[in-house]
Structures are given as structure tokens and as C-alpha cells.
Write a protein that binds this ligand. Structure first.
Ligand code: TYD
Length: 238
């Protein structure tokens, strides 16, 4: 991983990268007409926020417009990612030290970026991911207390310049999200409502710090109402 890539997240993490005009060349159709640039969109939120449903609905809507979509998730989406998923979601609360946990998520992210995100974008496919960097910033950085800047540093070489064009935080009240989750909690969900409240607060801090890249989407109302808000947020890219 070259120094240039590591350096790239420095300003990216602290200033807001937003659209990066000209970063990717527009895909051209057969007639040479420019088509819509593929975008990288992350769905974020507390456990049970409804982001997975919303990612599926956006994928359907994009495909309905003839766009090609790669869907993935974190932790997961690659061989290493799925193994990391087993490690971080199982066991007792506290079985991993905080720094080790943050590095495991970052290692899985590095694999996802190189094996899934970059190749898909290069092939003209939109990438929709269920969680990405901002999950680490909200969970490990804010809620667990490692600090947002410390977690940005850990992720610098994993992500480099490959940040989502848009991270949509489905902002669902903690009580409503808890009700939606399945009865069997994984290790992180088992931390309880206080923890989820700190994650939600972390996402709000992030949205205020990176207002161009991270957007809060109200998670109340019907699935269709939330989907309409998601489409409104994605609209400028279409
Ligand atoms: P998952 O079952 O995928 O939950 P969800 O459907 O809510 O995404 O579990 C992922 C858990 O891992 C979730 O509690 C959030 C947590 N997580 C982190 O703490 N840091 C991270 O960087 C990522 C990607 C996830």
C-alpha cells in the first residue's frame, strides 16, 4: 500500500470529499452518449434501522432504470470479510480488545475495496453496500470510545480514496429499531439500548462533520416513505 494512498485519506477524512468531480470517467453507451456515472453508496444506521431493506429497494429502483448494481455488506462480501464477520459477531461482549476489533473491520474493508468495490465501479456498476467506513467511525470510534480520528487513521490505507459518494444513515429511533431486530442478538447487538443510542449519536456527529458525504435519512414512517427519502437523496446522481 503506497504512501500516496495512505496520505489520500488524511485530507479525505478531515475535509469533506463529496463528489470528486472527474474522479471517474463516465461510462459511454454504444452510440457514444455519456451514461450515468456509477456511484458508490453506503447504507448506515444502528442495528435494526431498516437499512438492508432500503438498500434492496434502491438496488431494484436502479436496476429498473437499466443500471447495473453490485450489492455487498460489511463485515462480509469477501472470503476474509465473512471470516471476520464470524469472529466479530460471536463470543461474549468484551472478548475482543477495541483496537483489535477496529483493525479486523479495517482488514475486511481493505479486501472489499480491492476485490469488490473498485472492480465493480471500473466495470460501470453501481455499488451499494450495507455498512462501510462510517460504521467503524460510529461504532468503534464514537460508541466504544476509540475516537473518530483514531479510527480514520486505522482505516487510511484500507480505504485510501475509495470513499462512498454518499453514505445514507437511516436514522431510526433506538426503540423502534430494537423492536425490529430478531430475538437472538449477536455480540454487538447484545450491548443493549444504551450502546445503540451512542451509535446513533455518533452518526449524527459524523453527518455534521461530513455534510456532503453523509446524509441522515429519517427512518420513521412506512418502508415506502423511507424509500422515497432515499430516492430524493440519490436523485442528484441520476
Ligand atoms: P449485522 O448482523 O450485519 O447487523 P446489521 O444488519 O445491523 O448490519 O452485524 C454487523 C454488526 O457489526 C453491527 O452491530 C455493526 C457492527 N459493525 C461495527 O461495529 N463496525 C464496523 O466497522 C462494521 C462494518 C460493523
Amino acid at each position: 500500500m503506497g504512501a500516496a494512498q495512505a496520505v489520500a485519506l488524511g485530507p479525505v477524512g478531515r475535509v469533506d470529499p463529496v463528489r470528486r468531480p472527474g474522479r471517474r470517467r463516465g461510462v459511454r453507451g454504444r452510440a457514444g452518449r455519456p451514461l450515468i456515472d456509477p456511484r458508490f453508496i453506503a447504507f448506515e444506521g444502528i442495528d435494526g434501522s431498516g437499512k438492508t431493506t432500503q438498500a434492496a429497494l434502491l438496488a431494484e429502483a436502479l436496476e429498473g432504470r437499466g443500471l447495473r448494481v453490485t450489492r455487498t455488506r460489511e463485515p462480509g462480501g469477501t472470503l476474509l470479510g465473512e471470516r471476520v464477520r464470524q469472529i466479530v459477531l460471536s463470543g461474549e461482549p468484551g472478548h475482543l480488545t477495541l483496537v483489535a476489533e477496529a483493525h479486523l473491520f479495517a482488514a475486511a474493508r481493505a479486501e472489499l475495496v480491492e476485490r469488490v468495490v473498485r472492480p465493480s465501479l471500473a466495470a460501470g456498476r453501481w455499488v451499494l453496500t450495507d455498512r462501510f467506513l462510517d460504521s467503524s467511525l460510529a461504532y468503534q470510534g464514537a460508541a466504544r470510545g476509540l475516537g473518530i480520528d483514531a479510527v480514520l487513521d486505522i482505516n487510511a490505507s484500507a480505504v485510501a480514496d475509495c470513499l462512498p459518494d454518499l453514505a445514507l444513515v437511516i436514522d431510526t429511533p433506538v426503540g423502534a429499531a430494537a423492536w425490529r431486530r430478531s430475538a437472538a442478538s449477536d455480540r454487538i447487538e447484545a450491548e443493549g439500548a444504551g450502546f445503540q443510542g451512542r451509535v446513533a449519536a455518533g452518526y449524527r456527529v459524523l453527518a455534521a462533520r461530513f455534510p456532503g458525504r453523509i446524509r441522515l435519512v429519517a427512518g420513521d414512517g412506512s418502508v415506502e416513505e423511507v424509500h422515497a427519502r432515499v430516492m430524493a437523496a440519490v436523485g442528484p446522481f441520476l
